[in-house]
Design a protein around this ligand. Structure first.
Ligand SMILES: [Zn+2]
Ligand SMILES: [Zn+2]
Ligand SMILES: [Zn+2]
Length: 359
């Protein structure tokens, strides 16, 4: 993530809707990848239009901001009511008046926030982000669903987080910190976040485009195994049998060993963790060697080396604050090879590194 600055000079976060110094309204333009300071556009007779304080470009706020305050992305196309991120929503939580509605809105807002962070990185990397209204078969969509465990009034008994044909489903309960922590402990995981879920599921979505269509299945099978292995049986085995110890050093996490496609999605998520965090660290001047720009193909060997330093420093900082490790993972030569493979799928014009070529 980049380090954004308001037109007044104040540092502002990607999620901010208001500058704490000059009180200007803030909004993110996904086409330009910029968080902009805005002023009301008095030239608009209908109202509702905002002018960028810097460029004079005009925008409208996303409908999900006006109605529910769950979005800070801007709309520049006059035909649209929703921003690029919200146009991907297939199902969002019902907010009909009930005592639970404020809680539901809060959880939904957390999911939208994580989704926008995912999309920011995908867009910066030049990966295609299109809605199902643009392409039913190839588009990406999100469903944020409750099940009867958290809301007895809904029909779904059991909602699992997952991906199917471009639709990413997340159980709304994952956005409750206590519930998610219970699930994390119950499954013996060392890391469980909304952003992690969305990054993992996006890996399943991009498998077809980035692996199959690039003709890279042979290299995939050498590293991850045969993706034609019965998926349902593998997942059932993973969840019904006691968790086997992690197959070190091939696997990045215990869940990665459930199936080759889960290993891929885990490595994809870790690649996004690494690149986003390195971008943040470099934009805050914490990484030597200039500012990292995901729009230009980064050097993967430089990234892996910096990540080995930055992730350890992050963990040390967290420990200084009495917190758990931010990145509780250790890489082996095999998991590094898998990250190099993901890099080449996202930046297909990158040459295989010597180490990757030897796989
Ligand atoms: Zn400001
Ligand atoms: Zn929006
Ligand atoms: Zn998965």
């Amino acid at each position: 993530m980049r380090n954004f600055t308001c037109v007044c000079g104040q540092g502002v976060f990607f999620e901010n809707t208001l500058c704490t110094a000059c009180r200007r309204r803030l909004g993110f333009d996904p086409q330009r990848g910029e968080l902009l300071a805005l002023e009301p556009d008095h030239a608009d007779p209908a109202g509702g239009s905002w002018r960028c304080a810097d460029t004079e470009l005009t925008y409208r706020l996303c409908r999900n901001d006006l109605d529910f305050h769950v979005c800070n992305w801007l709309v520049s196309d006059s035909d649209q009511q929703y921003c690029l991120s919200c146009r991907l929503n297939h199902i969002v939580p019902g907010l009909e008046s009930s005592t639970q509605a404020p809680l539901r809105r809060e959880r939904w807002a957390r999911l939208e926030q994580a989704k926008r962070r995912l999309l920011f990185t995908l867009l910066a990397m030049g990966l295609p982000v299109m809605s199902k209204s643009e392409s039913q078969s190839e588009g990406l969509a999100f469903a944020f669903l409750e099940d009867q465990r958290s809301n007895p009034k809904v029909l779904e008994q059991h909602v699992l987080t997952g991906h199917w044909q471009g639709l990413i489903t997340v159980n709304l309960a994952e956005a409750d910190h206590v519930e998610r922590e219970k699930m994390r402990q119950g499954l013996g995981e060392s890391y469980r976040t909304l952003l992690g879920h969305l990054r993992h599921e996006s890996g399943h979505y991009f498998f077809e485009q980035c692996v199959v269509r690039q003709g890279a299945l042979e290299g995939f099978r050498e590293l991850f195994g045969d993706e034609r292995e019965d998926y349902d049986a593998a997942l059932a085995r993973h969840y019904t049998q006691p968790m086997p110890p992690k197959k070190w050093p091939e696997m990045i996490s215990a869940y990665a060993q459930a199936h080759p496609l889960e290993d891929w999605a885990e490595c994809w998520a870790h690649y996004l963790h690494m690149m986003d965090t390195l971008e943040t660290a470099s934009d805050y001047g914490l990484v030597p060697g200039g500012v990292m720009d995901l729009r230009r193909q980064p050097d993967i060997e430089w990234c892996l080396w910096q990540w080995s330093r930055v992730s350890v420093a992050m963990n040390a900082l967290n420990r200084s604050m009495g917190l758990e490790d931010a990145y509780p993972f250790v890489h082996s030569e095999m998991t590094l090879r898998k990250l190099r493979y993901v890099h080449q799928r996202i930046y297909p014009s990158s040459m295989p590194t010597q180490m990757e070529a030897s796989v």
